[in-house]
Design a protein around this ligand. Structure first.
Ligand code: NDP
Length: 416
């Protein structure tokens, strides 16, 4: 769908193109001799006037990205839960945002929220606690509520945000149960507001390029995807303490980072798995894994015959890798899902090459995408239904591991 901003730009470029071409022809014919033609950057291939020799205005150049929305038209975002991820990744990303601005913070620690608010220019009226959360409904500056709380709190605060009349951007995993996801989707629909799950990898430039390569058939039909996500769960880290509690995390490594492996298999094949098979290993004597699982190895089978071999781990050294193998080549993202510094390698019959991709903030990109979806009233790329699909599949992996057999899933059709 073309946004009105893009459309304006296209119209303007078209007008300039016509003007430039006409002007160039007129000038050439009037002078009566062949003049060199100049293709202006914004008018690919268009013969245009020669560049002026002195100071002069020039036509709008070809734009590499959309122009930012005027500051007063950017949507106002409230961040809920000022933990490790929100403070280190999300808040700084607003500096690179082009359609979104930070207007509110919600925290159980008022002093921290005030301190953070002062750094980011959030007004005192934009500071809320969990007890005053619902009052955000009275603040018209807030358009979007971004839930960055422990997983088991996503559903409650999403529903409350919808009741306050706001759009909701929710961290992964969307929620803990399928029923919670369905409640969240229904609440958004009832409120006439949008819901998007923060699947940042689908906005990360190397992953975006890998998806394009896969879709364009550059490595042929994809037959196999492998992906591994692992890290050491640290009980001294407050951000990991709730991750050891089933009541707050919902699950272990599978829910937290196995979801990246699952997403990769789905977005690279563009298919929905028809069967899953999972195995879980958790050391009985490790207190970190009293309530949640440590390692999960899981396989998916897709309608085309493609298969995926995936894993997640809370007790192995850091790994964030995605690989897709096709009939004509392969691609490797390693690392694949870091906050920055990811790398993409493409292997085809022409040889192996690192694909250089311009690094841009995946956080700003996903937030701006949601803001623009709201402004243009279009469906976001990763709506609640996408989050629900993953929770269904992750639940099927748990079931398969429990029952010791493959579990067939309800195929929901192609991703896009
Ligand atoms: P943290 O523990 O660092 O932050 C969670 C914050 O939630 C806390 O700081 C606290 O904020 C608030 N909170 C409210 N109630 C509780 C509670 N009972 N226990 C703990 N915290 C509570 O976790 P993360 O920032 O690592 O993760 C938060 C969410 O973000 C999770 O859903 C996680 O999956 C997701 N995430 C996503 C990532 C991605 O790449 N997309 C990366 C990392 C996390 P306050 O003190 O302000 O009230």
């Amino acid at each position: 769908m073309t946004s009105s901003l893009t459309q304006d730009r296209l119209d303007l470029s078209r007008r300039l193109f016509l003007r430039g071409t006409g002007g160039g022809l007129l000038l050439g014919s009037t002078l009566g001799f062949a003049r060199p033609t100049f293709a202006q950057s914004g008018e690919a291939g268009a013969a245009a006037e020669p560049p002026p020799t002195g100071p002069a205005g020039r036509p709008l150049p070809q734009m590499e990205k959309e122009m930012p929305v005027e500051p007063e038209r950017r949507l106002g975002w409230a961040i809920v839960g000022l933990g490790k991820f929100a403070l280190n990744q999300i808040l700084p990303a607003f500096a690179e945002s082009r359609s979104s601005r930070l207007v509110a913070l919600v925290s159980g620690n008022r002093q921290k929220a005030e301190q953070v608010g002062a750094r980011y220019g959030v007004e005192a009226r934009g500071i809320y606690g969990y007890d005053t959360f619902d009052r955000m409904g009275d603040n018209p500056a807030i358009d979007v509520v971004y839930i960055v709380l422990p997983n088991a709190l996503h559903a409650e605060y999403t529903v409350r945000a919808f009741k306050a009349g706001k759009h909701v951007f929710c961290e992964k995993p969307m929620a803990v149960t399928v029923e919670e996801c369905e409640t969240m989707i229904r609440a958004g629909r009832d409120a006439g507001r949008k819901l998007m799950v923060a699947y940042r990898a689908q906005f990360e430039p190397h992953n975006v390029e890998a998806i394009r390569i896969a879709r364009d058939g550059e490595i042929g039909r994809i037959r196999l995807v492998t992906s591994d996500h692992g890290r050491i769960l640290d009980p001294r880290d407050p951000a990991d303490q709730w991750r050891m509690m089933k009541s707050l995390a919902g699950g272990g490594s599978l829910y937290d980072i196995g979801i990246y492996s699952l997403q990769a298999a789905r977005y690279l094949t563009g298919e929905e798995p028809v069967e899953v098979f999972g195995q879980i290993a958790s050391p009985a004597d490790d207190p970190r894994f009293r309530e949640v699982e440590d390692r999960v190895a899981f396989q998916l089978r897709f309608p085309s015959g493609a298969v995926a071999n995936l894993s997640s781990s809370y007790s192995t050294a850091s790994v964030k890798r995605i690989q897709a193998f096709g009939e004509k080549g392969s691609l490797v993202l390693d690392p694949a899902t870091e906050y920055e510094g990811n790398r993409l390698t493409l292997q085809t019959e022409k040889g192996r090459q690192e694909v250089k991709v311009k690094e841009t903030s995946q956080f700003a990109a996903e937030m701006d995408h949601f803001s623009r979806s709201i402004m243009s009233n279009t469906e976001p790329k990763t709506p609640g239904e996408e989050g629900l699909r993953d929770i269904r599949l992750l639940q099927a992996v748990y079931r398969s591991a429990r029952e010791g057999r493959p579990v067939s899933t309800e195929a929901t059709g192609s991703l896009r």
